[in-house]
Design a protein around this ligand. Sequence first.
Ligand code: 1Q0
Length: 215
Amino acid sequence: AVALEDLKFTLQEVLDTFKSCLSEHKEVFLEHYVAGWRGLVRFMNCLGSVFSFISKDAVNKIQILVNHLNGENGAHYVTIQSMVKYELDSQLVDLTKRGSFPESGCRTLLRLHRALRWLELFLERLQTSTEDSNTSVMCSEAYNESLAQHHAWIIRKAAGTAFWALPGRATFFDVMNVGSPEQVMAVLGDTLPLISEVYQVTEDLYAQNNILELP
Ligand code: 1Q0
């Protein structure tokens, strides 16, 4: 019961953090963005250990961003907008090939940003799914349309294998622990527009600064 309560809290937290991500001027608060990812990783960890190679990478990237936030230049990392400006102005980003700044905030966040597109596509599919829809298929379709394009063959292979271990739709909904399928749909309906907006604001910012392909 305790675990389920934690999880319930987590999903609510995910929702809340994505809600609190955007300032009134459409800036994205890094602290809340990272908290949203923490919640997603906790959810993923409940789905089984086949996903641990994925969550390890996500946790690693979250930690890099947290270190920037807590570092001596943390004030520049309050929003994604200020982070991009600071790192570009100070030449702290490898723009064409990997070199001195393998842990720049810009390149690290870009990886999570691409994964957020996967999440958006996956949740869209979940929202329009029916009882006999296959979560593995929905997950790999969403992946192929987004993240896969940025992954080497070996990672696509590993991800593809892990997707087959996804629980079915009913179990998936149970693990979300928000109630009936109708209530899950309502939560998805609340969450998706927020995730989409955070994604789009970040995408536009990266496009304007020409940093969508950071190595
Ligand atoms: C539920 C199943 C999860 C499926 C997640 C799909 C993503 C697959 C990614 C597989 C690759 C991970 C291994 C490492 C890859 C890195 O090479 C790559 C690039 O980084 P770099 O430093 O080498 O250039 N890293 C990434 O692309 C980042 C991947 C982060 C993935 C984080 C996924 C978090 C998932 C959360 C599950 C949410 C469940 C949805 C339900 C939510 C309900 C509100």
